[in-house]
Write a protein that binds this ligand. Structure first.
Ligand SMILES: [Zn+2]
Length: 242
């Protein structure tokens, strides 16, 4: 399985960067996890939009789904010009508000719950609800040979330790370099918390992502180095092989 980081920023993209988006290829299946600002541009290095076999949204904050609006425009326009476009299976937590972007003429929509399973060839995709401002799910993709886990957006929760247990690659948000004692923040992880979860879960490799666009990369690296010996920062357009 190949996982390419299309965008690694939370809230807003840094200069020339993109918000959350991870492109997975496995035995000719094309899977997009999250679709934040800038993802559609980067995705085209790998496939056409309509070639996606699955789109999975961890949650529906804009930094994880804004470019789904563009995917809708693309699919609508191609259909208008007579192209035969298949519905793309779209998995997401049930949004609190209706939005025309979730168009069931274009997407085959499934609302994610804790017991949702997607079988893709010999891969099993499963989910666990995390702790965030709206419903947000961690994603686990595993086969007999490997396990990949993505946190989505979350505060600290033992459920993420469970989900990430023994992962070969743990893609985890570590939004905040260091939390401030005077400002409570329970819906995102600090670098220290991400490292702690990875260590408790015995993950082989931690990939920190969902970086705050104005924080310094050196600060993330310095902070993570205090708590983890097997971390790296997600790098946009780098491909990780499992
Ligand atoms: Zn986010």
């Amino acid at each position: 399985m190949q996982m390419t980081v299309l965008g690694r920023y939370g809230t807003a993209p840094a200069k020339d960067g993109a918000c959350s988006g991870y492109y997975i290829e496995y035995k000719n299946k094309k899977i997009l996890i999250d679709c934040g600002n800038g993802v559609v541009s980067r995705l085209q290095h790998f496939c056409k939009i309509e070639e996606l076999d699955y789109i999975i949204l961890s949650h529906v904050h804009f930094d994880h789904m804004a470019d789904l609006h563009l995917i809708k425009y693309v699919l609508d326009t191609k259909k208008y010009y007579g192209e035969e476009i298949n519905k793309i299976p779209l998995f997401l937590p049930k949004p609190e508000q209706d939005d025309e972007v979730y168009d069931d003429n274009l997407f085959d929509i499934t609302y994610i719950q804790d017991d949702t399973i997607i079988n893709i060839d010999d891969l099993t995709v499963s989910f666990k609800k995390m702790v965030h401002l709206i419903d947000s799910y961690g994603v686990c993709i595993e086969s007999e040979r490997f396990k990949f886990v993505y946190s989505g957006d979350t505060g600290y929760t033992d459920d993420l330790v469970d989900l990430a247990k023994d992962a070969d690659l743990f893609l985890c948000e570590g939004t905040i370099v260091k939390k401030r004692d005077d400002i409570p923040m329970n819906h995102h992880l600090s670098v220290e918390e991400a490292c702690r979860i990875s260590n408790l879960a015995n993950c082989k490799r931690l990939l920190l992502t969902h970086l705050w666009f104005e924080s310094k990369i050196e600060d993330y690296i310095e902070e993570a180095g205090k708590y983890s010996s097997n971390f790296s920062l997600a790098r946009e357009m780098d491909t990780y092989i499992l």
